[in-house]
Design a protein around this ligand. Structure first.
Ligand code: TRP
Length: 450
């Protein structure tokens, strides 16, 4: 067990950026962002999303990293350490709940990407029409055993890596592979935008029509800003606790946010021109990426090879995210209950995987099982992403803005006075006032109260 004095730390700046970016960049960028952009009507949704990233996501991210490094603890320990005897730490329980819920459906979708590696390897897409590729996806996720098999496979991998520990486990995997994913994404964009009929996709992406923007869409944009940046759960509090004392936190937060946002936008550019070129329904839902991209790969030189590589790297991107989610729960159990790391990891994985099974079945035998008009999978996603994460984010920004002393925040951001922190005032303004008001307003608006 690691004690505070001998905590692991990331080796250098690249280690933390790689791990935090590995956490942030995942299915959220490449699967979820395009699919909800499609559902909520395109460009106007994207603009609201970008505003949420800038005014809320960025300050909340910096708040999480700051609290983590200051306290040298995961989220519970951090609140208890910095504000002993106060109930702030309760917000950690929301983070734990969010981690459970998110990882349960995340493992399902990550399992789909593994199945797609195999499909691509065996040439299942070659010569197929867009309709056939669509039907293939529907047929696959509608099954009972196969998607669950892949989900269990993915969750086992996640479990294995978390048991291996922070440095060996997380850092090694994310450093090399993400740049390759980025390169393939560029190729995909280049191919997609030159397809016949791609222009409509541009219109969808870049010509906003705010009259169609629902209050639900605004709430989803906020929720996704948290989801995509890995915020509101305590992930980056934990990761922040491993950042060395001589790193400058402000620029770190800006770099991660920028990288994450660029990848999501690239995924959008890779997907929507193709969606229109192939006559796919933009609001197709969670299958959007899986039914669109195999078509694009078919139109590319060495397409089958790139298709295998793409879904493989997407699975890896999902893995570097899922380990960060599992880590939230494991760190809590290890630090606050003194459970061994191995036991904590295995038990948590088991429970989450079990809870993920009905998520998977939502597309098959449980598709009629609806609550508030949505299936089990969607409800789990909505509760976690649109409520728990923004609430967690609200707490951490209030904590940094109002509870921590300004001089302590300044001390942490300036590494004990050795760095300039010209952005401190604007950061505190965002954390104290803008982010909390905006989160509250979006909540009330989403609930149709204002
Ligand atoms: N950000 C990841 C993605 O986009 C998912 C994720 C990892 C996450 N850790 C998180 C979401 C913590 C919320 C909170 O795929």
């Amino acid at each position: 067990m690691t004690s505070v004095s001998q905590r692991d730390s990331f080796t250098g700046k690249y280690g933390f950026i790689a791990a935090a970016a590995g956490s942030a960049i995942g299915l959220g960028n490449i699967w979820k962002f395009p699919y909800i952009t499609g559902v909520y009507g395109g460009s106007a949704f994207i603009i609201v999303y970008l505003i949420c990233i800038l005014l809320i996501g960025l300050p909340v991210m910096l708040s999480e990293i700051t609290v983590g490094r200051r306290a040298q603890k995961g989220v519970f320990g951090a609140y208890k350490n910095l504000a002993p005897g106060t109930p702030w730490f309760f917000s950690g329980y929301m983070g734990i709940a969010a981690a459970f819920l998110i990882l349960s459906f995340y493992g399902v979708v990550a399992g789909w990407t593994m199945e797609y590696v195999v499909k691509a390897l065996t040439g299942a897409f070659s010569g197929k029409t867009p309709d056939e590729i669509g039907a293939m996806f529907g047929g696959f996720i509608g099954q009972t055993a196969k998607p669950i098999f892949w989900q269990i496979g993915f969750m086992s991998l996640t479990c294995f890596i978390v048991i291996a520990g922070i440095k060996n486990g997380i850092e090694r995997y994310s450093k090399i592979l993400m740049p390759v994913l980025l390169v393939i994404l560029f190729f995909l964009c280049a191919r997609s935008v030159t397809l016949d009929g791609a222009a409509k996709g541009f219109e969808f992406l870049f010509k906003p029509d705010f009259s169609k923007l629902s209050s639900e869409a605004v709430l989803a944009a906020l929720g996704h800003a948290f989801f995509s940046l890995s915020l509101g759960m305590g992930t980056l509090v934990t990761y922040g606790s491993y950042v060395k004392k001589n790193e400058s936190l402000g620029p770190l937060a800006v770099h991660i946010t920028t990288a994450d946002t660029i990848i999501a936008l690239l995924a959008g550019i890779a997907i929507f021109p193709a969606v229109f070129a192939f006559g796919i329904e933009p609001a197709a839902g969670p299958g959007l990426v899986f039914v669109t991209l195999p078509n694009v790969f078919q139109q590319m030189p060495f397409g089958s090879f790139f298709c295998v590589l793409f879904f493989f790297l997407l699975a890896i991107a999902a893995l570097t995210s899922s380990i960060s989610i599992l880590e939230v729960v494991v760190t809590h159990l290890v630090e606050d209950f003194r459970v061994s790391r191995k036991t904590a990891t295995i038990v948590t994985t088991l429970v989450i995987t079990l809870f993920g099974i009905p998520c998977s079945l939502s597309f098959g035998v449980m598709s009629e099982f609806k609550f508030l008009g949505a299936n089990f999978f969607d409800n789990v996603d909505h509760i976690a992403s649109n409520f728990l994460l923004p609430l967690g984010g609200l707490c951490i920004s209030l904590f940094v803005g109002w509870k921590m002393a300004r001089k302590d925040v300044e001390d942490e951001l300036s590494n004990g006075g050795t760095l300039g922190t010209g952005y401190l005032t604007i950061f505190l303004f965002l954390a104290k006032i803008v982010a909390p008001i905006a989160i509250t307003a979006v909540f009330l608006h989403g609930l149709n109260i204002i």
